[in-house]
Design a binder for this molecule. Structure first.
Ligand code: HEC
Length: 120
């Protein structure tokens, strides 16, 4: 292999490494943004430990609980609100904070899955 093509391979591998590292740090930023949103908008009902701040709030930490639903459904229920049959309190649309963007909703879901549900 010529010196030039070996050099090219090194450059390409280097570029991949940069792309991968950028993506990883992006994911961290998203969880950090999610934590901020949880602290501002969700904690009043869902509690610091995710078990619910008062009766009628589901326990996020249960292995068979709410966070076992598909991520698509959970995103939808955070975005549009949700009430189960016979429930006394409903989950408000966007947790009652109309300023949340679609990205904020994804970030806060990533945060609660990571923090209360082993990331799954
Ligand atoms: C006013 C209180 C309140 C706030 C604020 C609130 N929630 Fe909820 N949330 C609830 C209640 C009550 C339920 C259960 C509703 C039911 O099952 O009828 C719920 C359910 C959920 C569920 C489970 C939905 C499902 O499909 O079972 C998720 C996920 C969730 N909340 C995330 C959030 C996030 C993220 C925020 C902040 C952006 C938030 N909640 C803010 C009260 C709240």
């Amino acid at each position: 292999m010529s010196y030039i093509s070996r050099y090219c391979i090194k450059v390409i591998v280097g570029m991949f490494a940069v792309v991968i590292m950028t993506n990883l740090s992006g994911a961290e930023d998203n969880v950090a943004n999610g934590a901020k949103i949880y602290g501002e908008t969700c904690v009043a009902c869902h509690g610091e430990n995710g078990k619910g701040a008062f009766p009628g709030i589901p326990d996020f930490t249960s292995n068979t609980g709410r966070l076992s639903k598909s991520h698509q459904i959970l995103l939808d229920h955070i975005e549009n609100g949700f009430e189960s049959p016979n429930s006394d309190i409903a989950m408000p649309e966007l947790g009652g904070n109309e300023d949340l963007t679609e990205q904020d909703v994804k970030d806060v879901l990533a945060y609660i899955l990571k923090t209360f549900h082993n990331g799954k």
